[in-house]
Unconditional design. Structure first.
Length: 236
């Protein structure tokens, strides 16, 4: 029944794409991504909120694959705030150097661990504002931790999501902040935590920066079958 409904929706949107509203595109995209990635895993290796926080911090300007190569050794050294707060920054730096921005990241990891010990009994706070005050933790990192560690509705926007939101006509790409606001308005709150992962996986597999310019992948072709010119997207 679900497949039948999907086929009908696909046909309806294809037949009427020239007048498809943004909300109609959003509904189709959410349904198709749910079919493709019904239970999207968190791509970063972690065991709790603390290790996820550190892994997401490391992922800034670095691939998840590289982070996952580095974190096992880092977490063997220290996998909680108490132990990490006592580690020398140089030790952290030597391990995370392949991730890039290692001087800043190693300092941030040790210092945020010390702050967690000083202010939060070694626990990661389940609070967006508190997370954003930690060294090296911006809005996106805090949003990932809130959504994936604590199950709180959030819509972290990375480069993949920022790019696809523009290709799919869901946001103008003026800023990551604007993209997040636009997507939150378009999609039900209960879908945010899974949807941001689903969009990332789709962007990597089918609608990458190089392999699709808004004309090639299934979702781009379905939403805009009459599109003739490549879409130039603004970077995050």
């Amino acid at each position: 029944m679900q497949h039948y409904a999907s086929v009908n929706l696909f046909k309806l949107l294809s037949d009427n794409a020239e007048v498809m509203l943004k909300k109609e595109r959003a509904d189709y995209i959410r349904q198709r991504l749910k079919e493709l990635y019904p239970d999207p895993p968190i791509p970063l290796i972690h065991k709790d909120a603390y290790t996820l926080l550190v892994a997401v911090l490391l992922s800034a300007q670095c691939t998840d694959e590289r982070v996952n190569q580095v974190t096992p050794k880092l977490f063997a050294l220290a996998n909680n705030a108490f132990d990490m707060s006592r580690v020398a920054e140089q030790q952290v730096y030597d391990i995370i150097r392949p991730c890039g921005l290692a001087p800043q990241k190693s300092k941030a990891i040790v210092r945020l661990s010390q702050i967690l010990m000083e202010q939060y009994d070694g626990e990661v706070p389940e609070d967006m504002a508190a997370l954003e005050t930690l060294p090296g933790v911006g809005h996106k990192t805090a949003s990932v931790v809130m959504s994936q560690a604590f199950g709180r509705p959030a819509f972290p926007v990375d480069t993949h999501i920022h790019r696809l939101a523009q290709r799919w006509g869901l946001s103008n790409g003026n800023s990551v902040t604007q993209t997040e606001k636009d997507l939150k308005r378009l999609f039900p709150k209960e879908s945010w935590n899974a949807l941001h992962l689903q969009i990332i996986y789709y962007g990597r597999e089918f609608c990458s920066a190089r392999n699709c310019d808004g004309l090639s992948c299934e979702i781009c072709r379905t939403c805009f079958p009459n599109r003739k010119n490549p879409i130039k997207t603004r970077k995050a």
